[in-house]
Design a protein around this ligand. Sequence first.
Ligand code: HPA
Length: 316
Amino acid sequence: MIVVVFIVIFALEKTFQQNLFIVMYEKIQETASWLKAKMVTHPTTAIILGTGLGRLAEEIQVEQAIDYKDIPNFPVSTVEGHSGKFIFGKLGGVDIIAMKGRFHYYEGYSMKEVTFPVRVLYELGIKTLFVSNAAGGMNPGFKIGDLMVITDHINFFPEHPLRGKNYPTGPRFPDMHETYDPSLIKLAGQIAREKKIRLQYGVYVGVQGPTFETPAEYRMYRTLGGDTVGMSTVPEVIVAHHCGIRTFGISVVTDLGGFDNPVEVSHEEVQEAADKAQPIMTEIMREMIVRSEKLEHSKNERYNTDHPTEEWKSQS
Ligand code: HPA
């Protein structure tokens, strides 16, 4: 009898999970179709305007701006300093989609919600994604205000964005070498040399927050190979990579931790340090967007497959 009850519970749970995925997939399609009907351009580049990119947003020649709250199925941003808008426009002559405001796991969203916009971007035809974030610096060579090109990440989020039924945009077990596109990283180096901007390179550790790290945690993440630590980016980048979207990310180092003299950190100080770094961040990102259009797309594109089919929906 007990065995039968367990089997029934297991079957119900499986059906529930499956339905959840189908619902989520249908929501992605619905949102993408809604946006497509409004789009007058067909950008292949998108940017998630994280901390430090407000000024870049001002440079966009806006063609259309749609509040997240008006987009069907879109989560609504709640955190201070992150208003929510989907912007269609031109930056340096390039058609782009800019997301002003992102969804953080610490706000209470599930990973499926955090990464929902990236899945929508994929459906809209995005091939290259730029992201920025504010982060704590753990590498003793870093200073507040430095920009760090993310060369790799360590995922410390407690939930994985690809957990559950696999979306057919990529394989069940995706390779994670070169998650941050090497040709874009190289391009950033060239731009920085030309413009005499000091760039750091390193590994971003993604954590759930909302607490900043204790000194012991900063030291641990440093020991494990991290150079910066922050509360975003990793989920979006994982999903983008799974969709075959090439990605490029920069951290603004807004505070330092893990050294001999730990200092307190607050959200306001993080914002202030990020604001100061805006001119160089804007310079790099604008040039990256303009020049990346001309770069060959990387081998990741092989992951771009046909969109889900009825057959996929019914697979277990
Ligand atoms: N830790 C985590 N997230 C952050 C930090 C930090 O030190 N600084 C800015 N975002």
